[in-house]
Write a protein that binds this ligand. Structure first.
Ligand code: GDP
Ligand code: MG
Length: 418
C-alpha cells in the first residue's frame, strides 16, 4: 500500500489495446525516480527554461514537450520511450510512453516498484485530470493515449502545439479576410483522411483467386511467416489478420481464403467473410497470378471487385514471367492514379512500390506530419459546415470556429478525464 500522497504508478492505457502503453508516475519524487531510469537520446529542439523539478529528471522538458530516450534497468535497455511531464496540479507526475507489449509494461512497472513507486490500480485519485484547455486539446490527448505508432504520437504532439492557434487565426480573419479563412479551413481539411488513418489505422485486405500468392504477399508484408503457404489451392481456410506499420502508418493486414467457388463449407464461409471485410476495408488488394494465363475465375473476380473502394490491382509472380498484359484485364483497374503493380511476393520485387501505392491511396502523397490537420469526424463536420457558410455568414463562422470547433474548457461538459 502506498500513502495517499506517496509515489506510485498507474497505467493509463488498456492492456494490449494499442502499440503504445502509457505509464504515469505520480508523487513527490516522480521526477527523480524517472530520472534514474530514463536516458535521453536526442538533444532538445530549442532551449527552454527548466523548472527545478525538470532539472532533477534526466533531460525532461517542462510542459507537453516530449523527450525521446531509453528506459534502462540494470544497464539493460528495456524499451525506447517518450517521456513528458504530466500537468497534474498538486503532485509532480511524469508520463512514460513505451511500446504497449505486456512484458515491456510489466518490466517498467517492476522497475518503478523497486524505486519506490508501486502500481496503484483502480485508484481514481491516482489519475489526475488532464488540464486540457479546449475540446480539440482533449481529443488530441485522448488520441495520444491510443496512438499505435511513434509517428502518430509525434503527429499528435505537433498538432497539440499548432492546430488550435492556426484555427484561432482562421477565426480572427473571418470578418476582414474571409478568403484567407476559407484557404486555412481548406488546408486543415485537406489532410483529414491521412490524419485519421495515422491516428486510428486502416485495414488492408488481400483478395484474389486461390494460389495467386495472397498468403505469400501477406507474409512478405508482415516480414515473417505467419500463415501456411502452399501450392494446393485453398490452404488459407480462414482469414488471418496482423498489425503492421508502413512508414509509421498503422495498418491491419487481412489475408483471406481464395475467392472462388468451392463446395467446402468452411472455406466458403471464410470467403464470404472476406467479402464482408473487404467492403469495410480502407484498401483492397486484388492479387492476380501474372505467370499463367488469366483464368475465367480471375476475370470474374476483377469485375466483382469493381465496386470496392480503393482497390489496387497487384499482379504477382513477375519472377516467373508475364503470361499476359494489362489489356487482358476485363476492366480498367487503375485506382486514383495508382496503376496495376507487378510484384514478386516470393522474391520481394515491387513490394516497395506496392506499399507506397497503399499509402498513396490513403492520402499520403504529401507529408502531413507538420501541417495543421483535423483528425476526428466531429472536427471535420464542423469545419466543413463553416466552410460552406462562408463568406455569407462571417460572424457566425467566427463563433462556430471558436465555440463549436475549438470549444474552450469553460464550455466543455467534460473536464477531460481519460
Ligand atoms: N514464383 C513465385 N511463386 C510464388 C510467388 N508468390 C507465391 N508463390 C507460390 O504460389 C503458391 C501459392 O501461394 P499462396 O501464397 O499459398 O497463395 P494463396 O492461395 O493465394 O494464398 C506457393 O507455392 C507460393 O510459393 C511469387 O511471387 N513467385
Ligand atoms: Mg492463402
Amino acid at each position: 500500500m502506498t500513502a495517499p500522497g506517496g509515489n506510485r504508478t498507474t497505467v493509463l492505457t488498456p492492456p494490449g489495446a494499442g502499440a503504445i502503453g502509457v505509464i504515469r508516475v505520480i508523487g513527490p519524487d516522480a521526477f527523480s525516480i524517472v530520472g534514474k531510469l530514463f536516458h535521453a537520446k536526442t538533444r532538445r529542439c530549442q532551449p527552454v527554461p527548466r523548472s527545478a523539478q525538470a532539472e532533477s529528471c534526466n533531460s525532461l522538458v517542462p510542459g507537453d514537450r516530449l523527450r525521446y530516450g531509453r528506459f534502462v534497468v540494470d544497464e539493460e535497455v528495456v524499451d525506447d520511450v517518450f517521456i513528458s511531464q504530466a500537468p497534474t496540479g498538486d503532485l509532480p507526475a511524469v508520463d512514460i510512453c513505451a511500446h504497449g507489449g505486456v512484458r515491456v509494461i510489466e518490466r517498467i512497472l517492476e522497475a518503478f516498484e523497486r524505486h519506490g513507486a508501486p502500481l496503484r490500480e483502480s485508484d481514481e485519485s491516482a489519475i489526475p485530470i488532464w488540464p486540457t484547455c479546449n475540446l480539440i486539446d482533449q481529443e488530441i490527448v485522448e488520441a495520444m493515449s491510443r496512438a499505435k505508432t511513434e509517428r502518430a504520437l509525434r503527429f499528435l504532439a505537433w498538432q497539440r502545439r499548432h492546430l488550435v492557434p492556426f484555427l484561432e487565426q482562421a477565426a480572427s480573419l473571418c470578418q476582414a479576410e474571409a478568403d484567407r479563412t476559407r484557404t486555412m479551413l481548406e488546408a486543415v481539411l485537406a489532410g483529414y483522411s491521412a490524419a485519421l488513418t495515422l491516428v486510428k489505422g486502416a485495414t488492408v485486405i488481400i483478395l484474389g483467386p486461390p494460389n495467386s500468392g495472397k498468403s505469400t504477399l501477406f507474409n512478405r508484408l508482415i516480414g515473417r511467416s505467419a500463415t501456411i503457404v502452399s501450392r494446393r489451392p485453398g490452404t488459407t481456410r480462414d482469414w488471418v489478420t496482423e498489425s503492421i506499420e508502413i512508414d509509421g502508418v498503422p495498418l491491419t493486414l487481412v489475408d483471406t481464403a481464395g475467392q472462388h467457388e468451392t463446395a467446402v463449407s468452411l472455406e466458403r464461409q471464410a470467403i464470404e467473410r472476406g467479402w464482408a471485410i473487404s467492403e469495410q476495408a480502407e484498401v483492397s488488394l486484388l492479387l492476380l497470378d501474372g505467370s499463367r494465363p488469366l483464368s475465367e475465375g480471375a476475370r470474374a473476380l476483377c469485375t466483382a471487385c469493381r465496386p470496392l473502394a480503393r482497390c489496387l490491382t497487384v499482379i504477382n509472380k513477375v519472377d516467373v514471367g508475364r503470361a499476359w498484359d494489362l489489356s487482358a484485364l476485363p476492366t480498367e483497374r487503375a485506382y486514383e492514379g495508382v496503376d496495376p503493380i507487378w510484384v514478386s511476393a516470393l522474391a520481394g520485387t515491387g513490394v516497395d512500390v506496392l506499399t507506397q501505392g497503399i499509402l498513396r491511396v490513403l492520402g499520403y502523397e504529401e507529408r502531413i506530419d507538420t501541417v495543421p490537420s483535423l483528425f476526428t469526424a466531429r472536427q471535420r463536420e464542423i469545419a466543413a459546415e463553416v466552410l460552406s457558410d462562408l463568406p455569407h455568414r462571417r460572424e457566425t463562422a467566427e463563433t462556430a470556429i471558436m465555440c463549436r470547433l475549438i470549444v474552450p474548457s469553460s464550455v466543455t461538459p467534460s473536464s477531460g478525464r481519460l
